[in-house]
Write a protein that binds this ligand. Sequence first.
Ligand code: GLY
Length: 312
Amino acid sequence: MHTNTHLNPVIIASENGRGGAIAAMELLRRGGSAIDAAELAARVTEDDPAEHSVGFSGLPNLLGEVELDASLMNGRSLETGAVAGVQNYANVISLARAVMDQLPHVLLVGQGAERLAAELGQQPADQRTLESLDRWRARFAEQGMDLSSMELRHLVTRLTMPLHLEDRVPHGTVNYLVRDTHGDLASAVSTSGLAWKYPGRVGDSPIIGAGNYCDNRYGAAACTGSGELAIRVSTARSLVLYMKMGMRLAEAGRECLAEIEQLKPRTGQYMNIVAMTPDGQHSGFSTVPNKHYLYFTGEMAEPALGERVTSG
Ligand code: GLY
């Protein structure tokens, strides 16, 4: 049961989360719940055609198909829902919400998730745009390759694992960590995943514990970047667990960065983390320099950017 507390609402996001944060803050100021605000925020980013790492207009896999992943988590109940590898449906964050609210499961993939979307009355819709397809083709052209150049298992390494840092492949994703006026926390993560990925590849975003974790008692964390790294060391849950075990936020974040560095990321691989404590303190972390995250609290007129602590 909620007490009548009226806390300052807080939204922490990856740098691309501005539009969703503004919509979600409006909802929180009207007394909306953290979980509704987190879902709404991710939907706004998913619908943005200028954002090529999330939802509609996300960059396709090797075969030119957009495969979307998403998850959300309710910090009060530890309930969660996630979907992965969804093609031809918009707003996969709401599909993840339906998994959480309506199924006795936590994660649906591919055709099963698409079937649920159809059951819920969603109309299939191509998530590609002319611009995202142009960018997809351009990478093949700049590498002097096409789909017949070699088998996909070799092609994926050539196109997604650059030899030079400047050639870094887009790994975007959007993160939202939300605290509502009652002090409840929720988190939402949505992505089109690693561009030019092998078909069926799933990153950290829909893997609870890797790319997303939230617990009212200890805090919340979510990741963007090379999902394989966060999966290998369970980054989001680790950060929250470190805080449970008594580390301060800054210490917990640095420990997670150190764990990722120990994996010896390949050229172009990197990891960003956003994190929040139950009392609304926040921070961002990154394995690479000059990265930012977004924060927006109830007394602010608009979102602001904070510098991420870096291990580099
Ligand atoms: N962080 C998103 C992904 O690797 O799919």
